[in-house]
Design a binder for this molecule. Structure first.
Ligand SMILES: Cc1cc2nc3c(=O)[nH]c(=O)nc-3n(C[C@H](O)[C@H](O)[C@H](O)COP(=O)(O)OP(=O)(O)OC[C@H]3O[C@@H](n4cnc5c(N)ncnc54)[C@H](O)[C@@H]3O)c2cc1C
Length: 548
């Protein structure tokens, strides 16, 4: 066979790395009391970067789940068939304790270590992070009903992935989902119409629909339905205690932009059995405990996506030459890469700081709880919003190769907007910042106490904090406050990120962030860091082996 040419100047495959080789990650874990988990995080990171797991990710996305409504004889089965690679990803995630195990681990830093693992593992494949995250998130909501929590929590926390459709309490480990969104009511869940009618045994019969229910093969779901007392949270099992299927019909699966390894179903309940969780009529208050946890994972997932994109961009540009030099050595490309690295680190430190605040809040620290309330709402808005722009720019660093599926970049690009949409789309997250300010006055004090820990260290940060205080003074008129909500959420996040970077990251990273994001010396696209920014230490920190 004749060959037409020798393949040259293409980057080698990117495998055999560790997603835990990430200075910002490990420093944050050690700083906030999670150092005891470092070995576990490193082991998981090495697995996430292995050729085997990267192959699972590829296969799980290339062979999306298939819905089987009926068996060959016409019986209703409502089963979704996943590629074996999906189950392998799920099993690895559960066995490493990224699901509800942190709630059972009575050790300071348990949520931080779990967050670090979620971040490291999500870089392998983001789709299965959805059920893993919901299983983690279900616990605090379920605790509103102590008898159910006593029975289900140990199984949600068990390090066993058991995908068989059996009665939940007969299984060795459980996965949880969440069903809130209906056709006429998404962000506005109070418009839900699904009805819950009390039965004599204390259960309720649920009739109605849900427009989005991801991971519909979960064992149990926290759902919202209208009980006689008002909107109420329920625990709905997929299989009933007697082994029969609950009357939860899967109508079809969504054909989604991304998140393709995961299934998201439209479902209908025909008198499905469920048990109330928390006070009847206070369903939103109950389920919001779950939503707050999944929101944290949206921030961590966005940070993970940025880190994964950055790694690919650094790897490619370190191996690709154009116009006589490596791309990574060309001044304009260095500016793009460093800008992406700064954004990535800012997202990482914020996500992990929020996880540390959760640890301390769980231990009874009211100020950390208040900080988390406001900073999570703002961070969900801004970090998730930045994810899409970051993914697009990282993809472009690979040129045409980045636009091709085999690179893995399209998967990152498609996933990014989802993290901004679900668990509170941009506007809803920004409005939640206003709600936090109105309902929890202590949140602002806690927020400024955190930000002001860096007061005096950087004049641009100090000036930005003063601007935020001024903006807060303009919120007295509710309509004006709403119109300013995005601006406020963005600026709150930026000053918090700036403060964290100034205190904890190398001066070059903090300086690039403060000069561009806070000092105003920045364009609208990535790659517009101020002239004179010291790029080398930023790139060296992001991926030492690439910058050599
Ligand atoms: C892939 C995928 C999986 C999902 N999985 C689940 C799941 O498992 N369970 C579940 O319950 N839901 C799920 N969802 C639903 C998701 O949570 C909702 O789509 C999301 O919360 C937005 O609600 P909505 O679609 O009804 O949009 P809407 O509420 O109609 O919002 C549309 C737009 O209006 C904006 N908006 C809303 N209210 C206001 C306001 N007051 N002022 C200004 N702007 C406003 C929003 O920010 C958004 O931009 C999933 C969605 C997707 C895409």
């Amino acid at each position: 066979m004749s060959t037409t040419h020798e393949v040259q100047n293409q980057a080698p495959p990117l495998t055999g790395f560790s997603t835990a080789d990430d200075a910002a990650l490990l420093e944050a874990v050690r700083r906030d009391g999670g150092g005891w988990g470092e070995d576990e995080i490193r082991a998981l990171g090495a697995r996430a970067g292995s050729a085997e797991v990267r192959d699972w990710a590829r296969m799980a996305e290339a062979s999306p789940p298939v819905l089987h409504t009926h068996d060959r004889y016409g019986h209703r089965v409502d089963e979704v068939e996943f590629h074996p690679a999906w189950h392998q990803l799920m099993a690895a995630a559960v066995e490493s304790g990224q699901h509800a195990a942190a709630w059972a681990r009575d050790r300071p830093g348990a949520h931080l270590v779990r967050a670090a693992k979620f971040y490291a593992w999500a870089q392998a494949e983001p789709g299965h992070g959805c059920p893993v995250s919901m299983t983690y998130a279900a616990v605090p909501a379920l605790r509103a009903q102590p008898d159910l929590a006593a029975a289900y929590e140990p199984l949600l926390a068990a390090a066993v992935y058991d995908s068989a459709p059996r009665p939940p309490l007969a299984k060795r480990g459980l996965i949880a989902g969440m069903s809130m969104t209906e056709k006429q009511g998404g962000s506005d869940v109070r418009a839900n119409t699904t009805a819950a009618v009390p039965a004599v045994d204390g259960s309720y019969l649920i009739t109605g629909h849900k427009w989005f229910t991801s991971a519909p093969m979960s064992d149990v779901f926290l759902i919202l339905a209208q009980a006689p007392e008002g909107l109420t949270c329920f625990l709905l099992p997929r299989v009933l205690p007697d082994g029969t299927r609950n009357a939860m019909r899967l109508m079809r699966l969504k054909d989604k932009l991304g998140n393709r390894s995961n299934a998201s179903a439209e479902i209908e309940y025909e008198q499905a059995v469920a048990w109330p969780v928390g006070e009847p009529g206070r369903g939103v208050r109950t389920i919001v405990e779950m939503v707050n946890m999944t929101r944290l994972d949206c921030v961590l997932g966005s940070a993970a996506g940025m880190r994964a994109g950055l790694r690919q961009a650094l790897h490619h540009t370190a191996h690709r030459r154009a116009f006589g030099a490596r791309l990574i050595d060309q001044p304009l490309m260095r500016s793009v890469l460093a800008d992406l690295a700064v954004e990535s680190e800012a997202a990482t430190v914020l996500g992990l700081r929020l996880a540390a605040a959760l640890d301390r809040a769980e231990a009874g620290d009211a100020a950390e709880s208040a900080l988390r309330r406001l900073a999570l709402a703002a961070g969900k808005y801004w970090v998730c919003k930045r994810g899409s722009a970051h993914a697009a720019e990282a993809l472009e660093c690979l040129g045409g190769n980045g636009y091709v599926e085999e690179s893995g970049m399209p998967r990152l690009y498609r996933e990014a907007p989802l993290l901004s949409i679900w668990e509170g789309s941009g506007n809803v997250a920004a409005l939640d910042v206003l709600r936090a300010l109105a309902k929890e006055p202590a949140a602002l004090d806690a927020f400024f106490a955190e930000v002001d820990a860096a007061a005096g260290a950087d004049a641009r940060l100090d000036a930005a904090v003063a601007r935020v205080r001024k903006l807060l003074g303009e919120l007295s008129d509710p309509a004006r406050a709403q119109a300013l909500a995005r601006r406020l959420a963005e600026q709150l996040t930026l000053v918090l990120q700036g403060s964290l970077l100034v205190r904890h990251s190398p001066p070059a990273v903090a300086d690039a962030f403060c000069a561009s994001r806070l000092g105003g010396d920045w364009g609208h696209a990535f790659g517009t860091l101020p002239p004179g920014t010291d790029l080398s230490p930023v790139l060296e920190r992001a991926l030492p082996e690439a910058s050599r």
